[in-house]
Design a protein around this ligand. Structure first.
Ligand SMILES: *Cc1c(COP(=O)(O)O)cnc(C)c1O
Length: 404
């Protein structure tokens, strides 16, 4: 008789965004007249840059002609895109990354979730708390997280990120084999300086640990001297894999393209991690669509760069409106400077879900309860700059009026 992977039964119920959707739908059903503004979910709202659309049209035409038609592409992505990635994302700061280290995919979520295929079952995994749920749940599905005790997984090493440590994890007591880091951070909006990242790179090298670095928000960095890639840190090519995505950079959430960087010299247990990843990808993945890879390539053209930067400026202006508006309403807020996420402390220590409900009912604004990202997120809510500019201003003024 078929038995289902028992690890799925261990996963706690109701995924965060499903619960938000449920409460929002229930409120809308009771109050059909309510004009809800959704600043909760981390999805972009503005259309793709025109340079990307033109490239997709051109590539579609190529697919319609026998001379230029493409079937299966290389598992690791087309060289035109891998070369553009190195030229734009790594060469400017002299990172020791070549096109052979780049693996194009359908997005960073798949790669963050699939990378665990490379590691043995007894691998000890460390994550930040609060955290992007994919890192934790994908390890739980493969049995590496232990058991869910109602708050945490028994075998995961949690790295608390809170006001006391400025949302920057401290080195753990129990040494992990794998450490997930994400900067600029979702959900807290925190960024790591070079000195802060160097501590982690040195630690990983000393302990033979591997850093899995999620740089999905690298293009949202506005302040100087904040690293856009872990490979800006000396020695990182010997201890880190990096995940990047066109989703937040250029509005590809529905178009799907990202890439993972695994330096050729990165070895563990006598094997090159890039070789093992290629073996995994060539078995379970048949490449990103040619049309989409041409679309991603266009992000790196002069026009594409100008256009995606304008999109980011639009979202970051929303983040500023939220950050300043909530602060003026008396809340303590973090993030929103090098990240589209604003991480706001609830008033008077109210639990996250209670404040979520209050904002939903009294301001008709949908947020994300911080507690949904981990126990250290309790007492916070997350708001995103990904909405419409006018609606964002309206949402902030509604929140201000209920907090008066
Ligand atoms: C949005 C996001 C991604 C990107 O996911 P895609 O699958 O590329 O759309 C990756 N990591 C984090 C932390 C994110 O918030």
């Amino acid at each position: 008789m078929l038995k289902i992977n028992e690890n799925f039964a261990k996963l706690p119920g109701s995924y965060l965004f499903a619960e938000i959707a449920r409460r929002t739908a229930a409120y809308s059903a009771e109050h059909p007249e309510a004009d809800l503004i959704k600043l909760g979910i981390g999805d972009v709202t503005q259309p793709l840059p025109p340079a990307v659309i033109s490239a997709m049209h051109r590539a579609s035409d190529e697919m319609g002609s026998a001379e230029t038609f493409r079937g299966y592409g290389p598992y690791e992505g087309y060289d035109f895109l891998r070369e553009a990635i190195v030229r734009h994302d790594y060469a400017p700061f002299g990172a020791p990354i070549t096109k052979d280290d780049i693996f194009v995919s359908d997005g960073a979520k798949s790669d963050c979730g699939n990378i665990g295929d490379l590691f043995s079952d007894d691998t000890v995994v460390a994550v930040c708390d609060p955290v992007y749920p994919v890192y934790v749940d994908s390890n739980a599905m493969s049995g590496r997280a232990g058991d869910w005790d109602g708050k945490r997984w028994t075998n995961i090493v949690y790295l608390p990120c809170n006001e006391q440590n400025g949302f920057m994890p401290e080195l753990p007591v129990r040494t992990p084999d794998v450490i997930y880091l994400c900067f600029p951070n979702n959900p807290t909006g925190a960024v790591a300086t070079k000195a802060q990242l160097k501590i982690w790179v040195d630690y990983a090298r000393r302990n033979d640990a591997l850093i899995l670095y999620d740089a999905a928000y690298r293009e949202y960095i506005t302040e100087p001297d904040i690293p856009h890639s872990i490979y800006e840190i000396e020695g990182a090519a010997e201890c880190a894999i990096e995940f990047c995505s066109f989703s937040k950079t250029a509005g590809f959430t529905g178009t799907r393209c990202g890439y993972t960087t695994i330096p050729a010299g990165l070895e563990r247990d006598g094997q090159k991690l890039a070789d093992v990843w290629l073996r995994r990808q060539s078995t379970k993945f048949n490449g990103t669509a040619y049309i989409i890879q041409r679309a991603a390539e266009a992000v790196y053209t002069e026009q594409g760069e100008r256009e995606y930067k304008a999109l980011i400026t639009y979202y970051m202006n929303n983040a500023r409106v939220i950050r300043e508006g909530l602060r003026a309403a008396g809340l303590t807020v973090y993030g929103g400077v090098n990240s589209p996420y604003v991480w706001a402390k609830t008033p008077d220590g109210v639990p996250s879900w209670d404040f979520f409900d209050r904002l939903l009912r009294e301001a008709n604004v949908v947020t994300t309860p911080g507690a949904g990202f981990g126990p250290e997120g309790e007492g916070f809510i997350r708001m995103t700059g990904f909405g419409d500019a006018e609606r964002t201003k309206l949402a902030v003024s509604r929140v201000q009026s209920i907090l008066k």
